[in-house]
Design a protein around this ligand. Structure first.
Ligand code: RIB
Ligand code: CA
Length: 313
């Protein structure tokens, strides 16, 4: 039986890759719904973008719910400098989505779904700031014990920050929400920059997607051609790190990844290190391990999976 998941996302070109990967794998993943959150770009854009991606995937029946338009306690910080003004820059023309947004708020969809589905049967896959999850846990604490697992893209330790010297973007945007999640007791599997920076695109890998000749393959290649310029210029890297699809790839082929079960806490007080994932990687404290913190990925296997699955769309 396919694993039930909710994807919480702020599309974002790399979010699009993750959504494609999930929607192309119905034998393994049952996407109960997609909830959008303000992050890379404001909520109105992330909610448009999620629906565009579902249509590019040929899955217009996918239910998309708009969630929170701002972090729990702070002003929104966005990342147009990385993703472009639309959040999906790259393709020549972004269509207006035909799919309508669901009426229900994304946070209420998360709460109602976790209440309705058997305990331990729903996995939350988070690809953006954790605002929707933190808000849902604060509003309905009884759902926490019903979550099977949270698999998230966020944080950094050895790779340090990408939005500040200390913090990764998803955690930095809403550190209070992240603090709720990391203290929740939920089973957490984390894809930090330490691992996502090893899932780098290359001209050959992008060409393999474009050569699929499909709407999804061509759109993905166009998005990656735009998305990679930021990291290539900033890090001098060979290509763009495909952060968010690491979350979905882990659910499909966990053997592609390797990490360590450690304690991770979130900095919410210091302005200097706000949003830092303080990872006790070497076990120098007596803090209880609370997260599987990934460090390595088989990049060739990851891109082979991504390409093989996008060929299905
Ligand atoms: O730091 C990378 C993360 O921030 C990714 O999820 C990207 O889409 C942005 O949301
Ligand atoms: Ca994202």
């Amino acid at each position: 039986m396919a694993r039930k998941i909710i994807i919480d996302t702020d599309p974002g070109q790399d979010d699009a890759a993750a959504i494609f990967l999930a929607l192309a794998s119905p034998e393994t993943l049952s996407v109960l719904g997609i909830t959008t959150v303000a992050g890379n770009v404001p909520l109105a854009r992330t909610s448009e973008n999620a629906r565009i991606v579902c249509e590019w995937a040929g899955k217009p029946e996918t239910r998309v719910f708009a969630g929170c338009d701002a972090p729990m306690q702070r002003a929104l910080v966005t990342a147009e400098h990385v993703h472009g003004k639309t959040g999906l820059d790259g393709p020549a023309n972004l269509p207006k989505p035909k799919i309508a947004l669901q009426d229900q708020h994304g946070v209420d969809f998360i709460i109602d779904t976790l209440r309705a589905e058997p305990a331990g049967s729903v996995t939350l896959c988070t690809l953006g700031p954790l605002t929707n999850i933190g808000t849902a846990f604060a509003k309905a604490p009884e759902i926490i014990a019903r979550v099977a697992e949270i698999v998230m893209m966020g944080g950094a330790y050895f790779e340090v920050g990408n939005i500040t010297p200390a913090a990764e973007f998803n955690i930095y945007v809403d550190p209070e929400a992240a603090d709720i999640v990391f203290k929740s007791g939920c089973k957490l599997t984390v894809m930090p920059l330490d691992v996502t920076h090893k899932a780098l695109t290359s001209p050959a890998r992008v060409a393999a997607l474009r050569d699929l000749g499909t709407t999804a393959g061509i759109a993905m290649a166009d998005m990656l051609d735009f998305f990679e310029r930021f990291d290539v210029e900033k890090y001098g890297s060979a290509g763009a790190p495909l952060h968010d699809p690491c979350v979905i790839a882990y659910l499909l082929r966990p053997e592609l990844f390797d990490g360590r079960h450690i304690n991770v806490m979130i900095e919410t007080k210091s302005e200097l290190t706000l949003g830092m994932t303080v990872a006790d990687f070497w076990g120098v404290t007596d803090r209880t391990p609370n997260a599987l913190f990934m460090q390595d990925v088989d990049a060739d296997g990851f891109f082979a999976l991504l390409t093989e699955r996008l060929a299905r769309l």
